[in-house]
Design a protein around this ligand. Structure first.
Ligand SMILES: Nc1nc2c(ncn2[C@@H]2O[C@H](COP(=O)(O)OP(=O)(O)O)[C@@H](O)[C@H]2O)c(=O)[nH]1
Ligand SMILES: Nc1ncnc2c1ncn2[C@@H]1O[C@H](COP(=O)(O)OP(=O)(O)O)[C@@H](O)[C@H]1O
Length: 207
């Protein structure tokens, strides 16, 4: 296969549960099907409608631990008492093939990804317009019971306090605007000078 002209961008999107990161990521992928979605491994149970290998790879804790110990996960973290991790091989292959990758992971995963692949990672944090709206979205999604929603709301302030660690931050009030902003982040990241090594062979570079 011909060498791609540039390496892909690894866009890490984090947000408190319910702020809309999966919805935004989905809209970016629909607009550009060449984007590769990293599918995480989790020890949590599938929600109704979630499919193995589409939303997550659902594994039991011993299997998850074995994968982490074998180095098959680029990063992994415990969120809401469950294991979540990013499979290494598909993500590395996609970036090397010049495909941009979107990761929907938490702030701990963002930190670890920065350590693992500093040159590739761009961090985008999604804030909700208010705590009331965050709770309304969690309820409106109808995927979690009262106890699960309470646990996510309790974790939300802690999760949100990490927004300054990210390169870009947006408030997901109007969804179309938020998607347009996230798309701008991806496009700007693709064009960033540091990522255009391919142009050095074509155009002069001042010494
Ligand atoms: N570090 C890390 N976090 C993940 C990964 N996959 C999902 N998460 C995070 O785990 C949290 C819970 O995800 P999920 O159970 O799907 O709930 P949701 O965010 O409410 O849809 C979210 O903050 C995700 O971003 C992963 O591979 N690594
Ligand atoms: N800008 C928005 N305005 C209103 N509802 C939204 C907006 N963005 C997302 N939602 C809805 O809020 C709920 C939570 O969004 P989701 O993408 O699942 O959040 P996350 O992946 O961050 O947990 C979903 O029902 C989604 O349709």
């Amino acid at each position: 296969m011909a060498k791609p002209s540039r390496r892909g961008v690894c866009l890490v999107i984090s947000a408190p549960s319910g702020a809309g990161k999966s919805t935004i990521a989905q809209a970016l992928r629909e607009a550009d099907p060449t984007i590769f979605t990293s599918i995480s491994v989790t020890t949590r149970a599938p929600r109704p409608g979630e499919e193995e290998g589409v939303h997550y790879y659902f594994r039991d804790m011993p299997t998850f631990r074995r994968m982490a110990e074998a180095g098959e996960l680029l990063e992994w973290a415990e969120v809401f008492g469950r294991g979540y991790g990013t499979p290494r091989a598909p993500l590395e292959a996609a970036l090397a093939a010049g495909r941009d990758v979107i990761l929907d992971i938490d702030w701990q995963g963002h930190r670890l990804m920065r350590q693992a692949m500093a040159d590739d990672v761009v961090g985008l944090f999604v804030l909700p317009p208010s705590l009331e709206e965050l709770e309304a979205r969690l309820r409106g999604r109808k995927t979690d019971g009262d106890a699960e929603i309470a646990s996510r709301m309790k974790a939300a302030m802690g999760e949100m306090s990490h927004w300054p660690e990210f390169d870009y931050v947006l408030v997901n009030d109007d969804l179309d605007k938020a998607v347009a902003e996230a798309r701008s982040v991806l496009v700007a990241s693709r064009l960033a000078r540091a990522r255009r090594k391919d142009l050095e062979a074509l155009w002069p570079v001042a010494g």
